[in-house]
Design a protein around this ligand. Sequence first.
Ligand SMILES: [Zn+2]
Ligand SMILES: [Zn+2]
Length: 288
Amino acid sequence: MRKIAALVCFLATLASAQDAEITFKSTEIEPGIFMVEAEGGFGGGNMAVLVGKDHIAMIDDGLPPLAEDLLIHVAETAGGPIDFLVNTHVHGDHAGGNAHFAENGTVVFAHDNIRKRLLEDSSGAGGPGGLPVVTFGDGVTFHLGNIEARVTHMPMAHTDGDAAIYFPSANVIHTGDILFHDMFPFIDLESGGTLDGYITAQKKIWSMANDATKIIPGHGSLTDKAGMKADIAMLVDGRTLIKALVDQGMSEEEVLAANPLAKYDTYNWAFITTERMTRTFYRSLTTD
Ligand SMILES: [Zn+2]
Ligand SMILES: [Zn+2]
């Protein structure tokens, strides 16, 4: 589980390097449903605050060093404390505030595999106090009054414990890290993620949406069904391009040298460069 610690460490470094400048912004995208984003640097994945008539819930809670700032921000957004919180997956840029929120009375929900992984290394949840209190297998549904939130497990996608959250009446979906909009996605092969599971999960989420659905990605800006379609097409095409080279018997280094993803360079970013994305395709296609 040193891998999670290393990732959290990398992300926390990104955050703390610019800590002073990072702030949070909440946008009410549908009545009672707020998308929460970090601004001014890498402050973790996109989150959501759900202000129902009876209960307040939240999706993901960012990085450990920013937990207190986030808690103050979301309490103000929601107009009260957060009753329930669900982690979309185990990574520290999504579950890093767990311990701090739990200390302040929030009940944390997560997939069974997230708790298993955090039992081995709880640094990604901000410490031992960040272990989920309620776990689920296939999914769980929150009834917050006027807002219903259906949490569905997506197997072997970004990790082995991902969930997407669908709000049927509001017509909003939070994808967790099953979508990085307009950027290369991180597919965490070390934590049970697979390329094919990732694409399958994306297609499943995409099919749940209609043209009016608002889609909150794990990273990147708010998007919709058409926006997500382009992201899926990039991955499907990238898979085809790299599979052809794998089938020719090329080694990982030979595939890298051929740079089959060159045309997708605009998806390149600090954490997932074109090189890293190429290696992920290669490794997943040669081990699946
Ligand atoms: Zn993330
Ligand atoms: Zn992640």
